[in-house]
Design a protein. Sequence first.
Length: 256
Amino acid sequence: MPARNLPGLGLRAFWDHQENGWHGDPGMDGNLRRLSIYTQLSVISANLTVPPASPVNGAIYIVGQGATGAWAGQSGKIAARDNNQWVFLDALNGLIAYVDSEDTYYRYDNGWFPLLQPFAFSAFCNYRKVFNAANAWEIIPCNVGRHNDQGIWSAATNTFTAPRPGYYQFNAGWTFDVQGTIPDFIAVGLSVNAAVPTPDAQDRYTATMTALETSVNTQAVLKLAANDTVAAVALISSGGGAIVADRNRFSGFKIM
């Protein structure tokens, strides 16, 4: 029976007696090199897009997105310098790498992500937003970000985009100002993919309202798929109203 590739790391094994192919890659030489790279993987950098000008044998990198030169077409792969040439290995889901330049760990899940760094953002709207209509959900136009890890929130669209699947916690709220007749109630919610907020992702205030003092807040844990979007939305039941500048918020972070 001829040699074959094994599941997992792609090592080659089960050569027949006196079968050729032990040397080189694929072969036992390739096996040992794969094990040397994958085992307790440690890389110099995770975001270089151009290989170093004077690479040193033994250096290992995660190739950044949009790589060029000798790394063109290898984005996301592991690049190892061996015997004065670049060797590229596929990143496998679940693989963990220590990134020396950042002193942190990355995990591969159809893309490289910091293992210990949470995805988090916080934003608010810095101007008075008048509602366009009653009894209709409108995006709170949060145009200022207090912090925005890895660009997961967009000031242009006022939305958060999930970088990967998982559970996320969000908080949203706003303060009411009069714009005509005082409504019966005000509400705030979390809209996933531009849909009407589900009952467990919205709250309303129904008591007596005082301009510049009454506020409504909500929070929810949402299960999201990669690239799902979330926006903070507000509603007035009737009459008119406005969102007070600087006294509103939209924030979130990944739980797991």
